[in-house]
Design a protein around this ligand. Structure first.
Ligand SMILES: NC(=O)c1ccc[n+]([C@@H]2O[C@H](COP(=O)([O-])OP(=O)(O)OC[C@H]3O[C@@H](n4cnc5c(N)ncnc54)[C@H](O)[C@@H]3O)[C@@H](O)[C@H]2O)c1
Length: 288
């Protein structure tokens, strides 16, 4: 059956045959019962790759998925991948490390396939690895622009293609990419980064359109200001830091564990009808 084929049409007919609106009450009750059932968020038996999870936000996401029952590969260029996997494994979670450089297209393919081999399959891909080069346009050479776009969007595209080939064939899968508030805003001294993250948002919607009909949900998380190594310079900027702080309605920066709930939700059956969404997790910043 293809994405727009008879199965999808049967799905629409089933809904009509269910007899709305007279059955509204019973289907509401069913929905409430399902929502109250936390097994919707259970990831037991699921196989997940989280890129760039040696530290920062990715580490928080890898720990959250593993705590929900998934077996996780941390795919990262840094030795921290091995240390983090060992620490999480020591606390009883199923976490492996695969070293790989996502700026190198051949190594990206090799490390992706090695990760799938280690896991014995793939249900969840989290495209988290990313970089920022916080320089004004006139100080940012095109080679640096290329590097940011290569890691933040081209590598994401290639990983989506590799994962999508597996997931479309098996008729299920979850792809979660890291967007940003700069998917929506221009930012400051952030031209390459903002373009790459706008690209992540558009790629998410585009692939959702292609794959939702095959049971593969493609979504993104747009974090606000999160206290990680990526923001070290900003956290020490006496001028900009107070300006940023004053704009966050929650009154604090985010932490890696602030992404735990949303990442488990988007990786689980609880989000099976959520597709093409860019979910802000920003302490209310975008709404300001
Ligand atoms: N920190 C924030 O405020 C913030 C806000 C919005 C979006 N994001 C996004 O969230 C993601 C994670 O951000 P973070 O703050 O945790 O970053 P971070 O710099 O703390 O961590 C990035 C991770 O990616 C890995 N990595 C870097 N280059 C790589 C490569 N070539 N190949 C493989 N792995 C590589 C690093 O080793 C590291 O583990 C990024 O995509 C970032 O753009 C972060």
């Amino acid at each position: 059956m293809n994405a727009n084929g008879s199965g999808a049409i049967r799905g629409f007919r089933d809904a009509i045959d269910a007899g709305l609106p007279c059955n509204v009450k019973s289907s509401d009750e069913k929905a409430v019962a399902m929502m109250a059932n936390l097994s919707l968020f259970d990831l037991t038996g699921k196989k997940a790759i989280v890129t760039g999870a040696g530290c920062g936000l990715g580490r928080g996401i890898a720990a959250a998925l593993a705590n929900a029952g998934a077996e996780v590969v941390i795919l990262d260029i840094a030795d921290a991948a091995v240390d983090t996997a060992a620490e999480l494994t020591a606390s009883g979670l199923a976490v492996h490390a695969v070293k790989g450089n996502l700026l190198d297209r051949a190594d990206l393919e090799r490390s992706f396939h090695e990760s799938v081999r280690v896991l014995g399959g793939l249900d969840i891909l989290v495209n988290n690895a990313g970089m920022h080069d916080r320089r004004a346009c006139l100080d940012l050479p095109v080679e640096s622009w290329d590097k940011v776009l290569e890691l933040n969007i081209t590598a994401v595209y290639q990983l989506c293609r590799l994962a999508g080939a597996i997931m479309v064939k098996q008729g299920s899968g979850k792809i979660i990419s890291m967007a940003s508030m700069l998917s929506f805003l221009g930012g400051y001294n952030a031209s390459a980064y903002a373009v790459s993250k706008a690209g992540v948002a558009q790629l998410t919607k585009s692939l959702s359109n292609e794959w939702a009909g095959y049971g593969v949900q493609v979504n993104a998380i747009a974090p606000g200001y999160m206290a990680t190594e990526m923001n070290t310079d900003l956290l020490h900027d006496d001028v900009r830091l107070p300006q940023v702080n004053a704009r966050i309605p929650a009154g604090r920066w985010g932490r890696p564990d602030d992404l735990a709930g949303v990442s488990v939700f988007l990786a689980s059956a609880a989000s099976d009808y959520v597709s093409g969404a860019i979910v802000p997790v920003d302490g209310g910043y975008l709404a300001r």
